[in-house]
Structures are given as structure tokens and as C-alpha cells.
Ligand binder design. Sequence first.
Ligand code: FES
Ligand SMILES: [Fe+2]
Length: 347
Amino acid sequence: MFLRNAWYVAAWSSEVNDQLFTRRILDTPILLYRKTDGGIAAITDRCPHRFAPLHMGKRRGDVIQCGYHGLCFDATGTCIENPVGNKLIPKAAKVASFPVVERDQLIWVWMGEVEQADTALIPNFGILSSPDWVHGTGGYLHADCHYELMVDNLMDLSHVNFLHPAFGNETMLASKSDVVDEGRKIHANLWMPNTDVPAFMRDSFVDQPRIDQWLDMQWTAPSALLLSFGGTTPGQAREAGIQGWAGHILTPETDRSTHYFFSMSRQGKGAEEAVALGFATQLRVFGTEDKPMVQACQDSMGDAEFWSLKPVLLSNDVAAVRVRRRLAELVKQERAAGVSTSPMSTV
Ligand code: FES
Ligand SMILES: [Fe+2]
């Protein structure tokens, strides 16, 4: 159950150049390449003749020639040449093209009805375009699990105490997220007053044993999450302390696998070192702690639908459950409106 009328991150800008880049999104193979004018083309990576992946073909300017029998497609997916036999171009010789927006170092594709593509629905990652922050971008992991299990993991940070003990503490364990619902946006704000200074902030609070700390997670439909984190001297404004942003963007590859894009942004003295360290830590922690656990949950669930297993709900599940229900509502609404579930719906 994918939400089709939505923007998904297909790749980091840095991943797509003049070479042919392929990535499966919502179970649809997509071919991405940077056109000669610098814009991004996104077309189905499957020739309509014998279904050869087009990324195995050749690029001639902005035209892609299939590597099997030579059909040529332009950046809109229209077949413009058939070099074989009578050289006629059958009407059906075309592939889908997808609306693309490159913004905030990310390449967003619209996977639904072309006429509904609304750039106002692109999740806001403007922080990644701000020159006032130092950014670590290009983070990518592949996980063998349904993307909603990864969203659950991020919307309920109570797992930190157990899965990442180096980052948790008693105050975090006892704190409860404040959930704010804004429709296509849901926030889980965790405020932890007078808590131990976590290791990654110790250099900034040398003589202080305690700080006020926050972890504010924001979900934007369908699966883009942005964490505001930081700490300050107890009782002082957040701005007076240490602040950072961590992007966690999930794109379904299939119903059992997920692309995980992540970033880190810091500000102020020592920001470069903090980003380098924070980014390396994210890669290690997500890759060796979150990913194996969430994949193991998926293996344990098999092909069963999440709610059919009657999961036990705890007080800290409020935000994650709210997100699941909102996503289900959005999917239901677009099904009721007749939006096709076909992965090739934009042909
Ligand atoms: S499979 Fe592409 S031209 Fe035959
Ligand atoms: Fe985690």
C-alpha cells in the first residue's frame, strides 16, 4: 500500500550525473540522468519492446538508446527512433516519465498522477540549503524491510536506551513525547530537562554534569523525517546551547525493502568536526544497530500485514501509530478517488 500521489526522494543530487543511474522506487525501476541543460530526467528503466533495462543502453545527448534492439527514447520517454527493419515507431513504444524536482541537494520524484504533481507537497528540507549550517549529506543505506517499520523506529525513540545504550539515559527513558498533529505533518517532541550530558555534547559542556536536552522528530507524508536535536544549560534558551538537524528520508524500494537517505547539520564552533563525527556515527549506528534489528522484525513478521499481527501498543507508540493511521487514511482517500495502484500509472 503505497501512497502514489506523493514526492519521494530518488537520490541525492550528488549521485546523479551524466551516467545512467537506476533505482527501484515503489517497485518501479526508474532511470535517472542529468540532461545536457543540467536538469534531471526520470523515466521508466524498462524498454517496452523486450523489457531490457534502459540503463544497459547508451546515451546520445539526452536520448537513451536501448542496448538490445536500438529503440531510442528522449527524456520524456517518447520513442523518437527505431533503427530496425521498416523503422516505423509503434504508438505503444513509449515509457513513463516522472515529474522531478531537484531541491535541497535531493532529487524528488512524483510517483502518481502527473496532473496532480504539486510542488507545495515536497517535504521541507530547506535546512540543507542554508549556508549558515555545516552539512553532511549523501548518507545512504539499503534495508530489507517495509519502510513503515523504519518510520516506526524513528517516531519512537524509546528504543535508543536499549538499541543504542551509548546515547540513552534514565531521563530519556522516563520522558514522554509530546505529539503534535498537523495533518500531513506529525511531530513527536521529546523534552528531557536536567539530564546527563550525552557523549557527543560533552566537549561543549565541559564543566556541566547536567543539561536540558531535546529530540524533536517531524514526519512529513509519506516518509520524510527531520530530527531537531540539542542541549542547553538547564533553564536557558535552546538558542544558547548546541543544536543540530538530522534528516532521515525513507523511500520504499519494494514492499519489503527501503532506501534510507540521511544527513547531519551543525552550526557554530567546531561544527565541521561535529558533522564529520556525527555523520560517521549515524552510518555506524543505523547500519549496525537499527538496520539489523528492524530487518529482524520484518523477518519475524514474514509477509503478514502489521495490524493483522495485533501488535501490543505502549504509551510511547502514540506518534508512530498516528503516522501509520494518517498514511493509511491518505492511501484510502486516493484509492477512493480512483488513483491507480499500477506502478506504471504515469504512462
Ligand atoms: S528491448 Fe529495447 S529495443 Fe528491444
Ligand atoms: Fe535508532
